[in-house]
Design a protein around this ligand. Sequence first.
Ligand SMILES: O=c1ccn([C@@H]2O[C@H](COP(=O)(O)OP(=O)(O)O[C@H]3O[C@H](CO)[C@H](O)[C@H](O)[C@H]3O)[C@@H](O)[C@H]2O)c(=O)[nH]1
Length: 338
Amino acid sequence: MSETVLVTGGAGYIGSHTCKELNKAGYFPVVYDHLSTGYAEFVKWGPLEIGDILDTERLIQVIIKYTPAAIIHLAGSAYVGESVIHPSLYYRNNVQGTLSVLQAMKSTGIRNIVLSSSCAVYGIPSEPFIKESHPQVPVNPYGRTKSIIEHMLHDFAYAYGIKAVSLRYFNAAGADPDGEIGEQHDPETHLIPLLLDVAAGRRSHLDIYGDDYPSEDGTCVRDYVHVSDLANAHVKAMDKILNGGSYAPCYNLGNGQGYSVLQIVRAAERVTRKKIAVRLAPRRIGDPPRLVCDSSLAQSELEWIPQYCSLEVMLEHAWKWHQKRYSLLGISAQVPPE
Ligand SMILES: O=c1ccn([C@@H]2O[C@H](COP(=O)(O)OP(=O)(O)O[C@H]3O[C@H](CO)[C@H](O)[C@H](O)[C@H]3O)[C@@H](O)[C@H]2O)c(=O)[nH]1
């Protein structure tokens, strides 16, 4: 019989791709999501249980119902800019929410967890390629909450024998290569879907948040990693903890290649064959100038080998999904009022 895995936040962008990869690998993913930012139609590879991670009793009920071998915990809040304006939301959903998940695990005897973490734990890096051992000095509340929950996992691992892996994502990009699921946020704040909206004529322009950063063209540099590769890393992490594992390790997940905002705009113009209008805007508070990954630890210890490293391929998959999504919704190309 296939092992059951409970995926909190499994109706979201990374969560739904993770469920697809789990299914491919022979696991049975049960999604736990309250659908505030996720979509029921993204839950295709197992049942959906609607619930909030803050509701420990409901979590316990669902765990008792399915007796999962492990939990992949992705539910939480994940907008850097919003975290600066509404930190209480981030401490509640990310810190209190994870504590609730850990308490439910402790009450039901579930011992294995894979945690969604972020490169935001590092802050402004002192090295061009960030290793896991880099000091953690987050520069926004989002990053601070992720750092705190990683520490919570360590403490629970030590005290209660929980086996845990934290995955520090760099910038998730692209969409399912089969076009079944993809990126969809409301409101949208992420660079790639926003500039695809401009290419599709649904937005007038993209605001570029600052051109005075210490990069070649002055715009921020990020490491974009295909969402299906990220999803696959969860399966590798799951395999590792279910087959022994070690004491709460953390792994960086990225491609080790930095692209500036303007480089992404130009690449999206090539892929969509559309001109993308941009407008210079002030820096966004909480944005580090450069975040680029050294993922050699994940490659050696998890045997994680990303398949879709090309930026063009990520953008092609994102563009294919973007077009499909609007045709499914029956929405024609139009520029919404400013
Ligand atoms: O309209 C926009 C949107 C974004 N950007 C820039 O594009 C880059 C990427 O921004 P995103 O909002 O797409 O992604 P972030 O780097 O802010 O966020 C990502 O990385 C974070 C860690 O830093 C978290 O992990 C978060 O969940 C993840 O989406 C940033 O330099 C941002 O300033 C713009 O110039 N204009």
